[in-house]
Design a protein around this ligand. Structure first.
Ligand code: ZN
Length: 513
């Protein structure tokens, strides 16, 4: 059974799924694991006939902790202030948090994820936290004891479960409560030394994370929540949240779905503060949205994922295409026992329902070449027809993929994937075996040769002439691309067009004989 269906089968009745983020920096592919894990669970619940509400909370009242790499250091003056009250670094958005939330919302739209978006500062300002803030103050000794018992953190002096926003400097990270009489507190700000009295209701500050999280479970009625392994660690915020929500608020904790990180190949876990990331919006622009959904759907949440925007992306797309062929029964699953799961992964990867018939497929590497060598979709189709492709099924997905490839080539692709044809056959001194090699290719290639035919001709010609694969390929790449390496030769030649290839080769064969 697919992991999302396992979660759905472990719960009964109406469900509320919730996830969220502290929008302090770029929202990257790593962050997408949380919301997409939730999305898969929501889909599985609905497919099993359960009623579901799906929330996403932007914790925009959280304080800025550090200025992420790539943002001007002058913004360090805002450290400790709530994210929604800090100006946007790009000067174009309403606030720091909205600069990062807006592209994320666009990403969700592209991915077909429909949810109820909540700004946590709104929940405070509208008073939805008020009752729980009161309860937290009334039970502050109990909460302090739970936190120190479960997390091992020593709590010095009086414990007040609230971070006041300083009326003078606007920071909430270093205010200390001195006295409390509902709904007022007297506090001192350790940053600016301001002392004052404040109403803790309606956005005067916030509950600390370990208390805020269980409070949100109560306010929203959360029954299932995916979260990262950091929160799941022994003594972490899920452990304390579980105790606080049941012992203090009298509510059952949500069913946990713990997920592992997405690692950027050779760089480690993605971190927006360190600038190690692929932005979520870029991911859904460099590949169709099904691909990111597929990445999450095919991996059990407890397994880490390795990802990169080069070869890793290409093999991911190829794997998606294979999954699609298995789904439509065109290819057999390499692991028969997993066929059901593989079909389910394909379903969960769709933005909407799966198509009725398999869309037209072109090997991804081939499409990457065609996008660079052809000027229009019509030219791409013509080239495919000429190299023996049967054009059938829905073509739109391929055209959309071609658009994504353009974005990828412009912003992410390594040089090895970029090709520019030489305008005319470059001048080269060839020895006899090289001329024989080219002559044999010239004789072997036929109009309508498929990429496989081309490969066969080249390998056979090479064996019978130069007899050194590296030299053979390097010669061809230099003739056509003016470099030593390039994309798979069968696809390259069929993309260029067999007649044009032969025209180039004739130049060397005729010129020397
Ligand atoms: Zn202050």
């Amino acid at each position: 059974m697919h992991w999302a269906d396992v979660v759905a089968s472990n719960v009964e009745g109406k469900q509320t799924v919730s996830t969220g983020i502290s929008p302090s920096g770029e929202i990257h592919v790593g962050n997408m694991r949380e919301v997409l894990t939730a999305e898969m669970v929501v889909k599985a619940l609905r497919d099993s006939g359960k009623e579901v509400t799906f929330y996403y909370e932007a914790d925009d009242i959280d304080p800025l902790r550090k200025v992420p790499k790539g943002i001007d250091e002058s913004f360090s003056q805002y450290i400790g202030k709530p994210l929604y009250k800090i100006p946007a670094p790009d000067g174009k958005h309403d606030s720091w948090s909205s600069q990062f939330i807006e592209p994320f919302k666009e990403t969700l739209e592209i991915l077909g994820v429909k949810l109820n978006f909540i700004y946590t500062h709104d929940l405070y300002e509208k008073g939805l936290f008020n009752d729980l803030i009161k309860k937290s103050f009334e039970n502050r000794d109990k909460i302090g004891k739970i936190i120190s018992e479960v997390s091992g953190k020593e709590i010095k002096g009086e414990y007040y479960p609230f971070d006041v926003i300083c009326d003078s400097c606007g920071r909430l990270d270093k205010t200390v409560i001195k006295t409390y009489e509902w709904p007022y507190v007297e506090y001192e700000c350790l940053t600016c030394r301001h002392t004052g009295k404040k109403d803790v209701r309606n956005g005067g500050g916030k509950l600390p994370w370990r208390v805020e999280w269980p409070a949100k479970w109560v306010i929203l009625g959360v029954t299932i929540e995916p979260f990262g392994k950091d929160h799941a660690a022994a003594g972490g915020s899920y452990d304390t949240g579980k105790r606080i929500v049941s012992d203090v608020f009298g509510v059952k904790p949500p069913y946990p779905v713990v997920y592992e990180w997405i690692l950027l190949r050779n760089m480690g876990a993605m971190h927006s503060s360190k600038g190690i990331l692929i932005r979520s919006i870029d991911m859904v622009k460099m590949a169709p949205p099904q691909i990111l959904r597929f990445l999450i759907a095919k991996n059990n949440p407890e397994r880490h994922i390795e990802m990169d925007s080069g070869k890793g992306l290409i093999s991911l797309v190829n794997e998606y295409d294979q999954t699609e062929r298995i789904y439509f029964g065109i290819e057999e699953s390499p692991d028969k026992e997993r066929t059901g799961d593989i079909r389910r992964i394909y379903e969960l990867s769709q933005v909407d329902r799966p198509p009725k018939e398999i869309p037209f497929q072109v090997p991804f590497n081939h499409l990457i070449n065609l996008v660079q060598l052809k000027k229009s979709n019509e030219e791409i189709l013509e080239s495919l027809r000429n190299s023996g492709f049967k054009i059938e099924g829905d073509l739109e997905p391929m055209f959309r993929r071609a658009e994504a490839v353009k974005y990828w080539l412009k912003n992410f692709a390594d040089d090895e994937f970029k090709i520019t044809l030489t305008r005319q056959p470059p001048d080269m001194k060839l020895d006899a075996s090289e001329v024989t090699f080219l002559k044999m290719i010239l004789n072997g290639l036929m109009t309508g040769s498929s990429p496989e035919d081309v490969n066969k001709v080249i390998h056979e010609s090479c064996n019978a002439s130069i007899n050194d694969k590296k030299r053979c390929f390097s010669l061809l790449y230099n003739i056509f691309l003016n470099k030593d390496t390039g994309p798979r030769i069968g696809y390259l030649f069929t993309s260029i067009g067999i007649e044009s290839v032969k025209g180039f080769l004739r130049h060397y064969v005729n010129g020397n004989h």
